[in-house]
Design a protein around this ligand. Structure first.
Ligand SMILES: O=c1[nH]c(=O)c2[nH]c(=O)[nH]c2[nH]1
Length: 213
């Protein structure tokens, strides 16, 4: 079961929160678009609307294979979210995203070939653990008749493929910057509906954060 949180901001009076909205066939992007349309068409005073919706992935608890009657555990393995925003007389812009996606590869990762000068103390590494948390957000092009669920799944698949490489042999990463770039290229080449793609990787080894646009 998945529940959803929705927050809507406008320039005028309204700031609504709809939390824990339980529905198995709930469509995040469509709901965010509906919320934008609702505020824009109902109130002429509203100049700007932004609706943010995110899933909360609950899984029913099991004890010795028996599903618990009422208790759940939240197991996030990449949280899906979306945003829809619109200025009056402007286009409706829809974003999709994944946050809190924690990934690790235990080998086939290094950091080498980087620029060095007299201040460089960091040695090159050819085998290390690469572990980080990903945040990504993308915008959709003009058409809004997309199958958002299908696109979201495809993007998640692309991210995992590009991070890990083939299951039987993996793929060497010479830096996490390179891995981030490979993920971006893979998504943009495979998912035509995406018009821009932001990816941030919070690198656990030394708490660095790099942002790539
Ligand atoms: O993949 C890496 N990129 C860096 O920029 C960096 N900097 C660092 O200390 N380790 C790493 N690893």
């Amino acid at each position: 079961m998945t529940s959803f949180r929705c927050v809507c901001y406008t320039n005028f009076l309204f700031s609504i929160g709809i939390s824990d909205h339980y529905q198995s066939n709930f469509h995040l992007e469509e709901f965010a678009i509906d919320i934008c349309n609702h505020f824009m068409t109902t109130f002429c005073q509203v100049a700007y609307v932004k609706a943010y919706v995110q899933e909360v992935p609950w899984q029913r608890l099991h004890e010795d294979g028996v599903p618990h009657i009422h208790s759940f555990i939240c197991v996030p393995d990449g949280i899906r979210f979306c945003e829809a925003e619109q200025c009056r007389n402007g286009p409706l812009i829809v974003f999709g995203g994944i946050k809190d996606l924690k990934l690790m590869k235990t080998t086939q990762s290094g950091f080498e070939g980087f620029y060095k000068n007299e201040h460089t103390t960091l040695p090159e590494r050819h085998d290390r653990i690469l572990c980080g948390e990903l945040f990504c957000k993308w915008s959709y092009g003009e058409c809004k008749d997309f199958d958002f669920n299908c696109i979201w799944k495809k993007i998640r698949e692309c991210i995992l493929e590009a991070f890990a490489g083939p299951p039987d042999c993996g793929e060497y990463s010479r830096s996490y910057q390179k891995t981030v770039n490979c993920i971006q290229m893979h998504v943009l080449s495979r998912v035509s509906q995406v018009s821009s793609f932001l990816l941030m990787m919070f690198y656990f080894n030394n708490s660095e954060c790099l942002m790539h646009h």
